[in-house]
Design a protein around this ligand. Structure first.
Ligand code: TXA
Ligand code: MG
Length: 347
């Protein structure tokens, strides 16, 4: 299949491409779409055959449910979800459009294929004008997982989407590089207190300011043991992994840089803070951004992981940011890429 590329830096003057993308979605085709978090692989969420093709294109296990992307309009929330608690409306009012996915009870009009057979559904309104225009023109909710091949780091540019699923889908809409860079935060609102299933682009502290107490699902902090079932089925898979094995170092930046420097020689890759680039003269280094600039770290983490697949490194070491703010999401993606192989450095 020839994958069409639509370059849509803004809505004005690009109405034709937006309409074409919407028509493809309505016709049951797959379209790569930009969001503020990562690129999505979109299809009509109400069309089970179209949704089945998402799983095929990504090589994704079919028990792993999809998020549906909606306009910022509570009537749509009420159309696809039932028993919506007042807190969900408040969160939507406060944080949508934005990187927050809420798990709510589904209305059975959302097909089993989309929810992986669960009686709940993940909903979010993305903060990207082009994709919101496509949803409005298609007039259906768009189911979209991250557009990467299953297991690889998520895609934050249209070129990466082409690299992973080009030739397998009808089109990719290039809306520029993703502003946030890590996926949405997933909050389960079907339980009390609400539960954080995946840290992401919306920091936990901001959600706590609205919700009060939030429980953290164990899958966020460590790998699942045999027989354990995380609430977000996707959290059980090895994820975001480059070909070479990754080890993550937590602790203060000078201490982790020194610890990594002892191991990283020629043939090693290092993901490090800008301030620590000089510690690893023999390794291939990738700059994650400044220690304090977690927004930049979030924007860079996936392309950093991806970049080593273009090299011959046989081991990758990564410095981990502290867990405040976006650091929780950046650290989680690094640890998942490492299969939770983490070295805690003291000092
Ligand atoms: O930022 C994002 O959320 C991106 C963009 C494209 O919107 N999407 C994304 O989708 O990251 P995906 O499919 O790669 O990750 C969705 C995660 C999976 O781990 C899945 O298991 C979980 O959300 N999930 C989806 N629906 C769920 C549900 N009803 N209950 C629990 N977990 C759910
Ligand atoms: Mg994903």
């Amino acid at each position: 299949m020839q994958t069409e590329l639509f370059t849509v830096p803004m809505i004005e003057g690009h109405e034709t491409e937006i309409q074409k993308a919407a028509d493809l979605i309505r016709a049951g085709q797959l379209v790569g779409i930009p969001t503020e978090t990562v690129y999505g692989l979109g299809a009509d969420a109400l069309n089970p055959e179209a949704v089945a093709n998402i799983y095929a294109a990504k090589g994704r296990p079919s028990d792993n449910p999809l998020i549906i992307h909606l306009p910022n309009d509570v009537r749509w929330l009420d159309r696809y979800c039932v028993e919506v608690p007042p807190l969900a409306y408040e969160l939507a009012e406060t944080f949508w459009p934005g990187p927050l996915t809420m798990i709510l009870r589904r209305n059975p009009v959302v097909p089993d294929r989309t929810t992986g057979g669960l009686d709940t559904v993940g909903v979010r309104c993305p903060d990207h004008p082009v994709t919101r225009a496509i949803i409005a023109a298609a007039d259906v909710p768009i189911a979209a997982p991250s557009a990467n091949t299953s297991g690889r780091p998520s895609c934050t540019t249209a070129a990466e989407v082409m690299e992973d699923v080009g030739g397998k889908i009808a089109a990719v809409v290039d809306g520029g590089p993703c502003a946030v860079g890590v996926e949405s935060t997933i909050l389960d609102l079907t339980c009390t207190p609400p539960k954080l299933l995946r840290p992401g682009g919306m920091p936990l502290e901001q959600l706590e300011a609205v919700c009060g107490e939030i429980e953290i699902d164990p899958a966020v902090l460590r790998s699942m043991q045999a027989g354990e079932r995380p609430r977000a089925p996707g959290m059980k898979y090895r994820h975001y992994a480059p070909k070479a094995p990754v080890t993550v170092f937590t602790g203060n930046p000078e201490a982790t840089a020194a610890a990594i420097a002892k191991q990283a020689g020629e043939g090693s890759g290092v993901i490090c803070f800008t301030e620590c680039l000089d510690y690893f003269p023999n390794a291939i280094t990738v700059d994650l951004g400044s220690v304090e600039d977690k927004q930049e770290q979030a924007r860079r983490v996936f392309s950093a992981l991806r970049s080593f697949d273009r090299t011959q490194v046989t081991a990758i070491y990564a410095q981990c940011p502290d867990p405040a703010g976006l650091g929780l999401a950046v650290g989680n993606r690094l640890k998942k890429a490492a299969g939770f192989h983490v070295v805690e450095v003291q000092g």
